[in-house]
Design a protein around this ligand. Structure first.
Ligand code: SF4
Ligand code: SF4
Length: 319
């Protein structure tokens, strides 16, 4: 078998997924032995017209990072889908919407107004908002259209595999690249580079009975370094989150925020966590339960931190 042709593209994302690929360190040399990179804007000088010039299905595997926030993101998703045999939604943003997906708690108009008109550091006396066509002395520029909603990659194209993580853990990236190189691919639609058990399963903290009388934000308490954080009243999404990261956050005394997404069979990670909470709140009356739950700051932004666009909610209702 000849060398694989691999592409990596970054849509609405922070760049962390590309950094995670480089975090496989010296194994990147092994990648060069098994694969030719045919498009990777952050690291190589290929242009859009190069990709357009490839025959359909020319690229063996594209790792697509980032959510679909604007028309350019969707254009590249469709282009790379057409040119790739295998398309991987790589990272939480591509798979579930990720942190950019939190924008679905706001409207398009609200975001543009906040960013371009109201923010304290903005001077925009004429109230100019981004336009998709702009005349400049050299001609007309075309800019992407900013969508009302952040979407997942699978909302706009057919996706072969899903790899969660914000970003995916480097050891998982290397494992997935080896599987791809072996040609021994899992069934279409599979979640790759992750566990099928919950994060609690790989978290080394001691678990006993979960009964919570009071919730704290991480800065309000110095947690016992050995005990389950959720049992200490720190909201930890571990019970409803797919493992595979090695419990990086809980090992560093921080609660899991759910970036590896829901477990198999769970449609809505946030809703699942609400039912987890209902089973651990130690209240004798509805009023006490309300008081305990009321201590959780920003519940929607916490329970749907990485997956609002991919959830059943998808977005907040526009006023
Ligand atoms: S700290 Fe979080 S991930 Fe670890 S056992 Fe407790 S709930 Fe699960
Ligand atoms: S502990 Fe949770 S938030 Fe942290 S990397 Fe793992 S899955 Fe993501």
């Amino acid at each position: 078998m000849g060398k694989l042709k691999i592409a990596s593209y970054w849509a609405a994302a922070c760049g962390g997924c590309d950094v995670a690929i480089l975090d496989i360190h010296e194994k990147i040399v092994d990648v060069a032995n098994i694969a030719d990179i045919v498009f990777w804007p952050v690291a190589t000088d290929f242009k859009e017209k190069d990709v357009e010039g490839y025959p359909d299905g020319y690229i063996d595997v594209t790792l697509f990072h980032g959510a679909i926030r604007n028309s350019e993101n969707e254009h590249y998703a469709q282009l790379l889908r057409r040119k790739s045999k295998v398309l991987v939604a790589f990272g939480s943003c591509s798979m579930m919407g990720g942190i950019p997906g939190l924008a679905n708690f706001k409207s398009r108009d609200g975001i543009l107004s906040r960013v371009y008109l109201e923010s304290p550091s903005t001077q925009n006396r004429e109230g100019v908002l981004p336009q998709t066509r702009v005349e400049v002395p050299e001609g007309e520029l075309e800019l992407p259209y900013f969508y009302e909603d952040v979407k997942t990659l699978a909302d706009v194209v057919d996706v072969d595999y899903f790899m969660p993580g914000c970003p995916p853990a480097p050891h998982q990236i290397w494992a997935v690249l080896q599987v791809i190189a072996s040609g021994n691919l899992p069934p279409k639609g599979a979640v790759v580079g992750a566990s099928d058990k919950s994060l609690c399963d790989e978290c080394p903290r001691v678990k006993t009975e979960k009964k919570v009388k009071k919730f704290y934000r991480p800065h309000e308490i110095i947690p016992d370094p050995e005990k389950c954080l959720l049992e200490q009243g720190i909201v930890c999404m571990g019970p409803v989150t797919r493992g595979g990261c090695g419990a990086q956050c809980t090992r560093a005394n921080m609660p899991c925020r759910g970036c590896y997404g829901p477990l198999d069979g769970v449609v809505d990670q946030g809703a699942k966590f609400v039912s987890t909470l209902a089973s651990i709140v130690d209240a004798d009356t509805p009023e006490e339960a309300e008081e305990i739950i009321g201590k959780i700051v920003d519940p929607a932004g916490t329970f749907y931190r990485f997956g609002l666009p991919g959830s059943l909610l998808r977005r907040a209702r526009n006023a």
